[in-house]
Design a protein around this ligand. Structure first.
Ligand code: AMP
Ligand code: FES
Ligand code: ZN
Ligand code: ZN
Length: 311
């Protein structure tokens, strides 16, 4: 497989885009695409101050790297969750976030939940009896709360997270399975600022997870490979696997699922009954059955075309 731009050997092949690129062109393509998404969804401008939530993982560190390359003013925020899981998870992810910041001369705010509130995430989960032994719900709640508080306290215009397409499609899938309309109406690349809430953006929401892995590896970003030790067996991982199976047989299915949702929501079609077409039906001149297509109905037209071809 050859790079579409230079004919050298391709490093990344994206079946869903019918696109293959060499390392050099891939590392150009990702920031270009990101810039397109930032503009398309009006996420922020170069005059605004951005706070990037960095977890030490490939997505958020790549996001920081991309924003820096594109010339945006982006500082980082690392939240110390106090999760060990036998692998020193929080410790290692903090180390890698700090390393990235130092190497690129970027400003990183570090806020430790235990220092701030007296208890780490696993301790809070334990003592609040929320989440049936798993701290993920407590952790999500604390992260959202702290990110918003800090972004506002420190005067940032916008908070950016590293959610990728796989993350977003999995959330969308979950919300669709239960028709959680309130969540569906709020999910998207941008959540505008509201009373007391900072604007939230997800500039990587149209990149597949494997595209972000490729970006991080090819740019030599050192990130934590391990997932959070509590994520194992979670619903979101199950949804991601399910969507990946779908993607294997239908490349692009994940992206279409997400983009068509955004379109439907934007045009106001979501949850609004569409009965306009009902009134526009007329009788097909050939068979007399109701149809909305001009002149012949779709069936009669198909039969007519088929006969022309065989004549
Ligand atoms: P997750 O919820 O772990 O899938 O992470 C989603 C996004 O939340 C990441 O891409 C980061 O932008 C942000 N995030 C997750 N964990 C942290 C953390 N400990 N500190 C700061 N940001 C985080
Ligand atoms: Fe929060 Fe896993 S429980 S990152
Ligand atoms: Zn190339
Ligand atoms: Zn007809």
């Amino acid at each position: 497989m050859k790079c579409r731009k230079c004919q050298n050997k391709a490093s990344v092949h994206m079946r869903q885009h019918k696109l293959a690129l060499c390392k050099e062109h891939y590392l150009e393509w990702v920031p270009e695409q990101t810039e397109r998404f930032i503009k398309k969804y009006q996420m922020f401008t170069r005059e605004e101050k951005i706070l990037v939530a960095v977890s030490g993982g490939k997505d958020s560190l790549s996001l920081w790297d991309i924003l820096m390359q594109l010339g945006y003013q982006a500082d980082g925020l690392y939240l110390g969750l106090g999760i060990d899981g036998g692998i020193g998870y929080s410790h290692e992810s903090q180390r890698l976030s700090e390393k990235f910041a130092n190497e690129h001369n970027l400003k990183l705010h570090v806020v430790d939940i235990e220092k701030e509130y007296g208890q780490s995430i696993p301790m809070l989960a334990e003592s609040s009896h929320r989440g049936y032994g798993k701290p993920c719900a407590v952790c999500g709640l604390a992260k959202r709360h702290e990110m918003n508080r800090i972004a506002r306290d420190l005067g940032y215009d916008v908070l950016a997270t590293g959610h990728n397409l796989d993350d977003e499609a999995a959330v969308l899938f979950g919300n669709t399975l239960s028709w959680a309309s309130e969540y569906l109406l709020r999910q998207g690349p941008v959540l505008p600022e509201a009373d007391g809430l900072a604007r939230k953006v997800k500039p990587l929401c149209r990149f597949y997870e494997r595209e972000m892995t490729a970006y991080a590896l090819l740019s030599g970003i050192e990130y934590i490979y391990e997932e959070c030790p509590f994520a194992e067996g979670s619903q979101s991982i199950f949804y991601k696997e399910t969507l990946n199976q779908l993607e294997t047989t239908r490349p692009g299915a994940k992206l279409t699922f997400y983009l068509k949702f955004l379109e439907a929501r934007k045009s106001g079609e979501l949850f609004i009954e569409k009965n306009v077409k009902q009134g526009l039906l007329h009788a097909c001149p050939k068979c007399g059955q109701p149809t909305s297509t001009p002149d012949l109905c779709s069936f009669c037209r198909m039969v007519e075309k088929a006969n022309v071809k065989t004549e």
